[in-house]
Design a protein around this ligand. Structure first.
Ligand code: SF4
Ligand code: SF4
Length: 432
């Protein structure tokens, strides 16, 4: 066998050979659906990577656009009969591309601040959340929304600002302790992974998560030194930084004697369950990562396992469930959210057509590739509207923002709401 070149190793050429070009992945790929080009399909992207690895395309930056326009939903993996590990191929190619990419000094500075100083620092994320609360509470938000000043900012800032939920006050944030015991003898003991965006912007969902766990008889520990899962870093070519964050989380959570490590964000959970892949070449962390991964669970799995959640208040609405791609395709958590939705009294669940299709959120894909993201969202919203649901349930902050955006785009504000599953369960359990 001819030994692989360094470039071929870097691009995971070994994995690309599993693709037999059958094309079964094409109908499930959202970018192929919206752009209708082979180069914007999983098969096309794999071929392009192969061509670079074999020297048939000289410069890797020639394939930058199709690789960057992949939303990273991993639906192609679920459709592939030969088990092509597209996620690994895509991530390896993006890391290789990152080395060749020339950022302007401003973009470099923004990336540096976001990836190193904001997402990994929970205190910064919480302070950001407090500032947004102040901005909302002071009335400034109303003024800026009325004058539409934010619409003049780049990256559609004004549009995304309108998707912000009402944030909790500083006092409400402090209501959550670090060690929560249920009334009765605990059935399970878990450590809670808070997530940077969840704790900064969606802290109320985190609080509901903890209160639901407590109601279900679960003891919860919230380790202080936990950090961002690293998903955004890994998907943006910041491989080394993603590794550092993974190691910090493994160090922090491994010290705890718990049954599970629970999270409530599809994207974060997907990053956490792949720490063993991320660290497969690290002799010091390889085994520790496997143990960590074996304990990671989504909140829906824990609530189903604990059982007996007292859902006493009916919610008389038609709902539909927008699956998080990363929860479905990477974590493979499919049944538990549905089981929980169906256990809420009064609800009528109507499934949308193509429920597994991505909504176009893709981490920060909707900010960077706005037009492409909105085309995917438009397809998704057509299927949502057909259900006549008044509530869209999601399990990931990115999907939640995207669904709010879809509601605004379709003029459905006030008629349809988007919520995290945990919010709906809390409503039915009477948690305020
Ligand atoms: S990850 Fe999603 S967008 Fe990317 S190639 Fe696969 S199906 Fe298409
Ligand atoms: S389904 Fe799998 S083997 Fe077939 S073209 Fe897509 S990636 Fe290749």
């Amino acid at each position: 066998m001819i030994p692989l070149t360094e470039l071929q190793k870097e691009l995971r050429y070994d994995l690309t050979n599993a693709c037999v070009q059958c094309g079964y992945c094409l109908p499930v790929c959202p970018t192929y659906m919206t752009m209708e080009r082979e180069t914007q399909s999983p098969r096309g992207r794999i071929n392009l990577v192969k061509m670079v690895a074999e020297g048939r395309i000289e410069n890797i930056s020639q394939i930058m656009e199709p690789l960057e326009l992949c939303v990273g939903c991993r639906a192609c993996e679920t459709a592939c009969p030969t088990g092509v590990q597209y996620g690994k191929i895509h991530e390896a190619a993006k890391n290789a591309l990152a080395k060749h990419k020339k950022y302007s000094p401003t973009v470099k500075m923004i990336r540096n601040v976001l990836f190193k100083k904001v997402f990994p620092k929970q205190k910064v994320m919480v302070s950001l959340g407090n500032l947004i609360w102040l901005y909302q509470k002071s009335g400034l938000q109303k003024v800026l929304q009325k004058t539409q000043i934010l619409d003049r900012f780049p990256n559609h800032l004004g549009e995304f600002e309108r998707t912000l939920p009402p944030l909790p006050s500083i006092k409400e944030r402090k209501m959550v302790g670090k060690h929560i015991l249920p009334e009765q003898k605990p059935k399970l003991k878990v450590a809670f992974f808070q997530g940077c965006v969840m704790e900064g912007i969606y802290q109320r969902i985190n609080r509901y998560t903890i209160e639901l766990l407590k109601l279900a008889g679960v003891e919860v520990i919230i380790p202080k030194k936990q950090t961002c899962c690293g998903a955004l870093h890994a998907h943006s070519g910041e491989h080394n930084q993603a590794i550092e964050l993974a190691k910090q989380n493994i160090d922090v959570f491994s010290q705890l004697d718990v049954d599970y490590i629970v999270n409530n964000a599809g994207g974060c959970g997907a990053a956490l369950v792949e720490y063993d892949h991320l660290l497969e070449n690290d002799p010091d962390y390889k085994e520790k990562a496997k143990v960590f991964v074996s304990k990671v669970r989504d909140i829906s799995q824990i609530l189903v396992e604990a059982g007996n959640l007292p859902l006493q208040y009916p919610i008389n609405e038609t709902v539909t469930y927008q699956r998080s791609c990363h929860m479905t395709n990477v974590q493979k958590v499919k049944d538990e959210p549905l089981q929980l939705i169906q256990s809420i009294p009064g609800l009528k669940l109507v499934e949308m057509e193509r429920p597994n299709m991505c909504c176009g959120s893709g981490g920060i894909y909707n900010l960077i590739h706005y037009e492409e993201s909105m085309k995917i969202l438009s397809l998704k919203m057509d299927t949502v509207i057909d259900t006549h649901a008044t509530t869209i349930i999601t399990t990931n902050p990115g999907c939640l923002i995207q669904m709010q955006k879809g509601i605004l785009n379709e003029g459905l504000k006030g008629k349809v709401r988007a919520v995290h599953l945990v919010e709906l369960l809390a409503e039915s359990a009477g948690i305020e």
